[in-house]
Design a protein around this ligand. Sequence first.
Ligand SMILES: NC(=O)c1ccc[n+]([C@@H]2O[C@H](COP(=O)([O-])OP(=O)(O)OC[C@H]3O[C@@H](n4cnc5c(N)ncnc54)[C@H](OP(=O)(O)O)[C@@H]3O)[C@@H](O)[C@H]2O)c1
Length: 511
Amino acid sequence: MAETSRHPFLQGLSKHRGAPPTAVVIFGASGDLTARKLIPAVYNLAADNLLPPDFHLSGYGRKEISNDAFRDLAAEAIKEFSRRELSDDVWDRIAAKTTYVAGGYDDPAAFDRLAAHLAQIDKEVGRDVQPLFYMSTPPSVFAPILRNLGASGLAEKHLGTSLHAKVIIEKPFGRDLESALKLNGTIREVLQEHQVYRIDHYLGKETVQDLLVQRFSNAIFEPLWNRNYIDNVQITVSEEVGVGTRGGYYEQSGALRDMIQNHTMQLVALTAMEPPVSLDAEAIRDEKMKLLRAIQPLDLGPNGDVARAQYAAGMIAGKPEPGYLEEAGIAAESSTETYAGIRLSINNWRWQGVPFYLRSGKRMARRVTEIAVQFKRPPGTLFAGGAFDLAANTLSFQIQPDEGLSLVLNGKVPGLETRTQPVKMNFSYSTTFGSNTPEAYERLVLDAMIGDGTLFIRGDEAETSWKLYTPLLEAWAEAGREGMGSYAAGSWGPANADELLVAREHVWRKP
Ligand SMILES: NC(=O)c1ccc[n+]([C@@H]2O[C@H](COP(=O)([O-])OP(=O)(O)OC[C@H]3O[C@@H](n4cnc5c(N)ncnc54)[C@H](OP(=O)(O)O)[C@@H]3O)[C@@H](O)[C@H]2O)c1
């Protein structure tokens, strides 16, 4: 066996992927997420032969529809949204075991019917089948579903065995600290933490997992991964799209809740955490928690750590786009931010003094999610002056859309004079591995079936992140539009966010 294959991290990654007999129940069966992501994820797992032989899928929803009608809806969803075309071979295997249970989310009798339905599946299979409940409904229904899972006994089904009931909970996980604590409280009334899989689909992306592999399986990074060599870290989650038809939803959310508090903080934690002792879920989550706890409270004062803005009219791809306040469903005096910029300070041995800059916005110049690690500049004694165009070495992880990794170095321009120029080394996922990589939801549904919570968020992580951002949300709510910046649609963001970087003579990247 090669030396590298015995490395503990690589051993962890080659975990056996076989799932036990499972009955997946999707609450919110008629929903958008079910059609766009969940049914296609199940279909692609089947196509990759990753579903157990005794796999059952049940939709649960308020409409009275037949099993056949639900199968038709599922087949349509696969045709429209799956990364693979619908093939009868694969679909027939799942369709035969796809059923539908009609019922309300606050109707105990309906949950008793669901319990009977799952008991019948156990009976037909002739052994215990693991129930996996997927809460794909608006969050207002999470609590009634949880209570009814408790009251019907489903939450405790097969508890004490590896086939115990598991529950995947969709985002948003609360809208502030109080609501997150309340939701966690309701969860704890009926479930044990190891039964709960709080989803953040960013963690299912190949490139986010690659971040762990890059950091901990390459010897060249770890010695440099600290305040001695790293100058700053910039994490960007930008979108080209505006709010579109979802203005009503977005007005209740904003960039901080929608992107920064959840996805971006997970990227911070994975980038900055200490090496875990293993790839076990708890080992990784413990390290993420330690890191999250080391983040200092935000300075909310003038020239502090935060900036917010709304997009104004502008041009994207040569097309004029309206400003946020002109979009459908947006209040004329809306104080919802479409852009949030944050400067984080991490007070630990590794990162003290290294700013982590986070930004997320809609209608920005490009859709991109990246983590850029900027190294310190070398002393400029040798290559200084006009002929030398030198950049800070930057390692950037492109999470989407052009998945890969790039490193900016400085090189010599060919010629008789000594001139330098930054050059970029690129590793592109699609060039190296082809483009048909699994979707995040495939990985996450499979992991939950296997009982691997590594790529899910633990309750204390969600609470700690809300603890950091709730004072800011409250301050912004109180300030109304005061201090709200503006940026042209199609630009890289507002001037007030540039201010976050000025004190350290940093500038935002233009990825
Ligand atoms: N859509 C996405 O791309 C996406 C991405 C990330 C996260 N999420 C999260 O995933 C969950 C589901 O998203 P979604 O876009 O599928 O939501 P949705 O379409 O608004 O609702 C999903 C389903 O929930 C059921 N439901 C129960 N109570 C409801 C109520 N009071 N109002 C409306 N529907 C109700 C409905 O199913 P029945 O009529 O069958 O009962 C509905 O079709 C949400 O928590 C969302 O935040 C969605």
